[in-house]
Design a protein. Structure first.
Lengths: 558, 595, 86
């Protein structure tokens, strides 16, 4: 088992059970802070005391980061309890990331800021320009910083910001650079702030803005070479996007816990919900979606070190499909819980409605689905190219296994475009035959249909005519490719998982998960409903024992 | 419009005004500010009171304004186009209570309630107990006949939870158990006027906070030896469930039709947003995928509106069929509307997430609409209403049914609602699916729109398949513990009914100036494509050959034509839905206004 | 896929054709020295172009080659060098 799992189990123990008054993050406090839109300062302090920030710093700069799994698992544990705190603290991972490929003094400087527990923001967007980064107006002339960034997480309370600035007037991809604006070394009289943006979810977060009025920066504060800002940001997003799926997983953990508690306790029409086949099938479907999201997030995270060159495609696939799956999960869970999904101030119910509102942010920050689907469409050619080539995929299951040791993170291997699409997608036939070993009839059926459906989707990609402006058909196909990727992640976890939980060792989860994916690909299967019912049974048992519902063991406190 | 009287009642669109105007009482800004403080916009409630909202809930024969239910919907839609919480919180829940009295109360009780409503009083509707959800027959709240000397009354014991307006309402309609017998005959309805209690009281002060409709004052009532007069009983002892089940038919249809107003407004708001938002040197409007999302939302709205308005008209024209139709409507319409809001929220991206007008209003609308499938008749309970009737429906649906133009027509002359004609059966025939079985209608559609001819055939086929499957069900499979497969049949039936309603509405709408079906050929195509997304292929069995995928494909030209229609309708100051009528809405983005 | 190294002129011609197709612009309205960004040749097209280059000439390129050589003339020269190296 890799070190990331041990560290994750440790923080879970440290943070404690949210219902316990002695816990470091307590559910009652989380809900009342949210109701008042208060910043979760105590929770963030607790995270700094434990040292979560060390997971944002690469080992060679004195930290613990050597793959995406560690920050992801830590952020998941926080997000399960309070997504606001996860966003507030985890934002520093994003803000600091661009310094690591730059290396040298700037990386050492950044490492020291992060290690101290201070927050570092990522200053990309500007008012009126959204994610249109190429038109950035904030600029550095010589070493004077002018302009403003908005809306930015931790802009006000954070100590430093990695800012995307214009260093040449032309509107092109080489006109932008990154600089470090550290409040401890600039003239604060020339700095002003824009007020907190009130949001419907993550209400306590400091989402605000900052303006610099010709602020002189100390020398050597460029992060990376001038002119390379845009390229660096695009590559950094390939890592931040898979790590941010931890937020979706944390939210999903909260939803599933509420659904299972309700299923156990609720009586309706004279019997327990567990005795109503439709209700258990619905609960099982919610659990299945959770596990699809988890498998995809974890396998996606492993890609960061194992298939770094493919992250341009994989990060878009994962950033689209994990939040989309969890959004569906929340809509179904809201229906399932009925009135209880709405209530604030009743223990578990309150946690659900907060998680539901908080979760909606995940799908939209750092690239919403339109942007990600566009990126997938741009890779159709590469995917088609890969389909035409032979590849040696024998080692794929082992390197993408969640429990495997990390191979180390090499930013230099990141590319803007893949050469040949995704190895995982190409490995589907191989994974299907591995996954079929000792499979139940329902699971065998699901694997067979998934394999055919996947081949069809990839065939359509190969046949897709490149268009100057991709239309609806291309976007729909991109969605199908993302669902296919999620299915491939499930196949992989089923076929090869050295850290499997007891839930993972049974066939029901895979039959339910693949069944739901087949349905999304246009092929509903007969056996999916009964697989969902069986999965609900396993999940209820797991939660009665106090363990989280998960495909992996060892990352949580026993 | 069918009645001259409608023209004499002021249009709320005019009274409320433009929600984006810099100075206005019911602006998006005011709505969001109030929502953040968990209250409704006071000025709006004042406007509604002065407008005589209470009179809308009272039938004409009792001195109110309610004659045609479709006109009632039309008059109240402006509220729902701005703030669903205002609609529910100001008085739709009163409507839900009052309907029971119009159905089952005696003349004296009706006249008394009418007078109170005309004065602007509210009635809270107390069915819900948190432990039992929509399973009314498990309710524990009781009413016992007691006497103090010669005076007889009902003592109410127990608690009702998650009740809108329970504290500020002057009256409450309580659903309580009045005997220990098993079955529905054990429940009765009691109308409690707080100024007319005999003794005891009730604690209504505890507020329950909710994630959606935050401005509504939702609370808990704990009865503390409250005794109400004997004549508080509505209808007969033990008649409560029967009255309620008929009342639900009215409210399920009406609430569904009103909810379309919110998605209408959100879809129209997307237009200035998309036009004003720059992205990579173009606007969001220029992105084909964005236009597709907009189109899907509009198409879901069209299907929902067609079904809901049909259900509303059926209350007048086919009351014997309303039991099934209203349940089907209340299942499918909230689902489609919520899906539409989801598509729109993807479109709005991060700008909808902030609590800032104007676009921050969309997230509030999304949260408010979420309660619709949960509300007074949750989706599962709607399906459970349909399930026991599946085999009977199958037989009825084989009987020939004449196409009834008025049922699908926005120009139908509806008259007063025949309350006593509402029942608890399947109906004599199935009028809603009649268009699917009518060769004149289906061939007209196929020849006018060959691109979707195949979809029409698939729906006709689905109807036939469902009839056979439903006919084969035995009574043992129709209980609340029905299998997921049976629930699935019920779901499919709601979609087939929507297909019938859509076809009928198209057929009649082609000759109405306000109908999108007369204004653009893409309306029926988009609506059918969207509805057909619900028509999955049969689940695949092991060993069977894999069929070709039957996913619905949206042609880009349909998305583009639909988007153009949405934009021009919005720009012309008209609403979206099966009737495109003048509204006071924001048709220009804040950016456009500044220039 | 070609096996011999195309001339710079041949590459310029191929690029003109690609640019005209993606940008949906009339080839007579630009020259080899027109900045590509002026032709509506957005970053999206740069990505697609890379795929076409790989398919046609068998060399692996990143969009950064377009960013560093933002006219047809410069891009053709850079491509020529790259193909010759391989």
């Amino acid at each position: 088992m890799n070190e990331a799992f041990h560290r994750a189990a440790d923080i879970d123990k440290y943070l404690g059970d949210p219902r316990d008054p002695q816990a470091r993050i307590r559910e009652d406090d989380v809900l009342s802070a949210d109701e008042e839109s208060l910043f979760p300062a105590e929770a963030v302090d607790a995270l700094n005391d434990w040292g979560v920030q060390r997971a944002y710093i690469p080992a060679r700069f004195g930290g613990e980061l050597d793959d995406a799994l560690l920050p992801m698992l830590l952020i998941r544990h926080v997000a399960r309890r309070d997504l606001t705190a996860a966003v507030a603290h985890g934002k520093t991972f994003l803000g600091a990331l661009c310094a690591w490929p730059a290396g040298g003094d700037i990386a050492a400087r950044m490492a020291s800021i992060v290690d101290s527990g201070a927050a570092v923001s990522w200053g990309l967007t500007e008012q009126g320009r959204g994610s249109d980064l190429l038109h950035t107006q904030t600029r550095v002339d010589g070493s004077t910083l002018s302009g403003g960034k908005w809306p930015i997480n931790n802009a006000t309370r954070g100590r430093a910001m990695c800012v995307l600035v214009r260093t040449r007037p032309e509107i092109d991809a080489r006109s932008l650079s990154l600089v470090l604006a550290d409040k401890e070394e600039i003239d604060l009289r020339r700095v002003s702030y824009r007020p907190k943006v009130r949001t419907h979810g993550i209400k306590g977060a400091d989402i605000s803005g900052i303006d610099w009025d010709e602020v002189p920066l100390p020398p050597d504060r460029f992060v990376g070479e001038p002119g390379r800002g845009f390229e660096t940001v695009l590559k950094a997003l390939q890592i931040t996007r898979p790590v941010c799926t931890a937020l979706s997983l944390g939210a999903a953990d909260a939803a599933v816990a509420a659904v299972l508690a309700f299923t156990s306790d609720r009586r309706l029409y004279g019997r327990g919900l567990v005795d109503l086949p439709t209700a258990t099938a619905e609960a099982g479907a919610i659990v299945a979606d959770m596990l699809i999201a988890e498998a995809t997030a974890m396998v996606g995270a492993r890609h960061v070190t194992a298939y770094t060159e493919e992250m341009g495609l994989v990060s878009a696939l994962v950033k689209y499909v994990v939040p989309a799956t969890v959004d569906t999960l929340f809509r179904n869970a809201t229906q399932f819980l009925g009135a209880r999904s709405q209530l604030v101030g009743t223990a578990r119910a309150g946690a659900f409605q907060k998680a539901a509102r908080d979760n909606r942010v995940v799908g939209i920050f750092d690239g919403n689905s339109v942007v990600n689907l566009n990126a997938i469409v741009n890779e159709f050619g590469a995917i088609a190219r890969g389909a035409r080539r032979e590849a040696d995929l024998q080692s794929l299951p082992a390197v993408l296994d969640a429990g495997a040791a990390s191979q180390g993170l090499d930013f230099g291997r990141l590319r803007l475009l893949t050469k040949a699409g995704s190895s995982l997608l190409r490995a589907i036939p191989m994974l299907a035959s591995l996954a079929r070993r000792n499979a139940s009839p329902d699971l065998t059926h699901a694997i067979a249909v998934f394999e055919s459906a996947a081949a069809e989707v990839l065939g359509e990609v190969s046949a897709a005519v490149p268009a100057a402006r991709p239309g609806a058909a291309h976007f729909e196909l991109a969605q199908l490719v993302a669902e296919t990727f999620a299915g491939a992640c499930c196949l992989l976890v089923r076929a090869h998982n050295t850290v499997s939980s007891s839930l993972a060792r049974d066939d029901a989860w895979a039959a339910a998960a693949l069944g739901r994916i087949c349905e999304r690909l246009g092929y509903p299967l007969l056996g999916t409903t009964s697989a969902c019912r069986a999965l609900a049974g396993h999940a209820l048992e797991t939660s009665r024992r106090g363990t989280p519902v998960t495909l992996f063991e060892g990352w949580y406190a026993a | 419009m069918s009645q001259a009287s409608t023209a004499q009642i002021a249009d709320l669109e005019t009274l409320f005004g433009d929600p984006l105007a810099p100075a206005g009482e019911l602006t998006y800004e005011a709505i969001l500010a109030a929502d953040a403080e968990r209250r409704l916009v006071e000025a709006a409630e004042t406007i509604l009171s002065r407008w005589g909202f209470g009179a809308e809930l009272v039938p004409e024969r009792l001195g109110g304004r309610w004659r045609s239910t479709e006109d009632l919907v039309r008059r109240l839609l402006p509220i729902f186009r701005r703030d669903l919480a205002l609609g529910l919180g100001h008085g739709i829940t009163t409507f839900m209570a009052a309907v029971n009295v119009w159905l089952g109360g005696d003349e004296r009780t009706q006249r008394d309630l009418a007078a109170r409503l005309l004065r602007g009083n509210r009635v809270a509707v107390c069915f819900h107990e948190l432990a039992h959800g929509n399973d009314l027959l498990q309710n524990e709240c009781t009413a016992t006949l007691v006497h103090d000397g010669a005076v007889r009354g009902w003592r109410i014991d127990g608690t009702k939870e998650v009740i809108n307006n329970i504290d500020r309402a002057e009256s409450a309609l309580v659903f309580a158990r009045t005997s220990d017998d098993p079955g529905p005959g054990a429940f009765s309805l009691l109308l409690w006027h707080k100024d007319a209690s005999l003794s005891g009281g009730a604690d209504t002060g505890r507020r329950v906070l909710t994630a959606g409709v935050r401005g509504c004052q939702i609370g808990v009532v704990t009865f503390d030896r409250l005794v109400v007069p004997e004549d508080a009983l509505i209808g007969s002892k033990g008649g409560g469930a029967s009255i309620a089940l008929r009342a639900f038919q009215i409210t399920r249809a009406v609430v569904s039709a009103l909810a379309t107003g919110t998605v209408d407004a959100a879809t129209r708001l997307a237009v200035p947003y998309m036009r004003g938002r720059a992205l990579y040197g173009e606007t969001v409007w220029d992105l084909p995928h964005a236009r597709l999302l907009l189109t899907r939302a509009w198409a879901a709205l069209l299907v929902s509106d067609a079904l809901a308005r049909t259900a509303v008209r059926a209350l007048h024209l086919r009351p014997d069929e309303s039991y099934m139709l209203s349940a089907a409507t209340k299942y499918l319409v909230p689902k489609l509307l919520n899906d539409a809001m989801h598509d729109l929220s993807v479109l709005f991206g991060s700008s909808f997430y902030a609590v800032t007008p104007p676009y921050g209003i969309v997230e509030k609308w999304l949260r408010d609409l979420t309660i619709l499938p949960i509300g007074h008749a949750g989706s599962t309970s709607c399906l459970l209403s349909v399930i026991p009737y599946l085999p009977t429906w199958a037989r009825r649906a084989r009987k020939p049914a004449q196409h009834e133009p008025a049922l699908f027509s926005t120009t139908a002359d509806l008259g007063e609602l025949p309350f006593s004609a509402l029942g608890l059966g399947v109906g004599r025939v199935d009028s809603v699916t009649a268009p699917l079985r009518d060769e004149t209608i289906t061939s007209a559609l196929r020849s006018a729109h060959p691109a979707v001819a195949g979809l029409v055939d698939r729906w006709a086929g689905e109807l036939a398949t469902l009839r056979d499957a439903a006919a084969a069900l035995g009574p043992a499979s129709l209980r609340p513990d029905a299998t997921p497969e049976v629930f699935d049949l019920a779901r499919r039936l709601t979609a087939v009914m929507a297909a019938g309603a859509l076809l009928g509405t198209w057929y009649e709408g082609r000759s109405h100036a306000t109908s999108p079906f007369s204004r653009t050929p893409v309306a029926i195509e988009a609506a059918l494509l969207r509805l057909s997304e619900l028509l999955g292929p049969a689940p695949h069995a092991p060993g069977a050959p894999l069929p070709a995928p039957s996913r619905v494909r949206w042609p880009q030209d349909v998305a583009d034509a639909a988007a153009a229609h949405i934009a021009s309708t919005t720009g012309a100051g008209l609403s979206l839905g099966v009737e495109e009528v003048a509204v006071t809405g924001p048709s220009r983005s804040p950016e456009e206004r500044k220039s | 896929m070609t096996t011999e190294v195309p001339t710079v002129v041949a590459l310029e011609s191929w690029l003109r054709d690609r640019v005209a197709t993606y940008g949906e612009v009339d080839p007579s309205t630009f020259t080899e020295d027109t900045p590509l960004t002026e032709l509506g040749f957005s970053s999206v097209y740069a990505l697609t172009l890379c795929g076409d280059i790989e398919d046609t000439f068998g060399v692996d390129v990143e969009p950064t080659i377009v960013w560093d050589n933002p006219t047809i003339r410069r891009l053709a020269a850079a491509l020529h060098e790259l193909i010759a190296e391989n």
